[in-house]
Design a protein. Structure first.
Length: 167
């Protein structure tokens, strides 16, 4: 093999390996067996929501999360359409209470958690919403089982394997 072709091959191989091991931030959902049941890349400006029926008020609630400065899941806002037991009714600290289009919203939580555990409700009808995709949590785990959401820094090849080759 001529020297120029060998050098080109080495450069292409090096770039391919470098790209495949480049770190990406991935929003993962794991079941109780620690098996990844969902994986999607997430950036600093991305948000995802969990929509559910509140257990006491029996009204829909949407909690919106993002990626905080510490690269952890961060509660950003809560939205609901009625006041009731267990639902927030005032803003605290740096939060703001907004009323718009018949909905109540509290924004500015900025509450970071290392991971978010949600027990799949029997009646809550939890819905995971991310980038226009809606997934019922009961499709990822049985009612009563816990799902854990976390943000992980992983090599691109791990993400490709989990997202596309495992399914």
């Amino acid at each position: 093999m001529p020297k120029a072709k060998r050098l080109l091959f080495v450069i292409i191989l090096f770039l391919t390996v470098a790209i495949l091991f480049c770190p990406v931030f991935v929003l993962t959902i794991r079941n109780e067996n620690n098996t990844v049941v969902y994986a999607g890349t997430i950036g600093m400006n991305d948000t995802f929501s969990i929509k559910f029926t509140h257990s006491v008020a029996k009204r829909p609630v949407v909690e919106t999360f993002g990626l905080g400065a510490g690269k952890k899941i961060t509660l950003l806002e809560t939205e609901y359409d009625s006041f009731g037991a267990g639902l927030p009714f005032e803003a605290k600290g740096g939060q703001r209470f907004i009323v718009k289009d018949g909905k109540f919203k509290i924004v500015g939580y900025n509450y970071e958690v290392p991971n978010l555990a949600i027990r799949v409700g029997r009646f809550a009808d939890h819905l995971f919403i991310f980038r226009g995709e809606e997934i019922r949590l009961v499709d990822l785990a049985k009612a009563g089982e816990a799902l854990t959401f976390s943000v992980e820094k992983v090599p691109l090849i791990w993400y490709v394997f989990e997202r596309f080759l495992q399914r």
